[in-house]
Design a protein around this ligand. Sequence first.
Ligand code: MG
Length: 182
Amino acid sequence: MKDKEKKSFFHNFYPDFIYEKVEDIPYELLRKEDIRLILMDMDNTLIDYKADFSKNLRKWIKDMKSKDIKLYIVSNSISNSKIKKVSKELGLQYFYKAGKPSRRGLRKVFDNFPDIKKEQTLMIGDQLFTDILAGNRFNIKTLLVKRINKKETILSSCKRPLERLVLNHYYKKDESEGKCRI
Ligand SMILES: [Mg+2]
């Protein structure tokens, strides 16, 4: 778990954990970190550009729910019909037009679970400058996944070189501290 005290500009974008995809996240990690609520980005985190998702993702969601972990989609999507369909298919609740990196959407969802603390909450997403920054600003744990598709909006693709820059700093820092976060 990284020190949430922000030491540099880059720290705002550092995820606590990095995994290839959502369904790779082991329950053991969530149990160790005492995670009880997971806020998840939708586009390129759960679904591809055709709004398809893997069978393994559905299995992972079922598995986490059976272990009493609450799951919620928090998306910047402005399409209610798309998020409604995906949420229904995956059996998840959702909050859309979240405006990440604003904390507003995260807080709205978090406030629905008064028994759960911030340190028991995890934000998962594929973008440092929206998902991870929002999670860090809200002071919850953060996990970066690789985007599902290379194909994405122009705005998102413009941010990718900057993301690589931040991640290079992140990995260098980890190397110098002799630890690996994956
Ligand atoms: Mg995304």
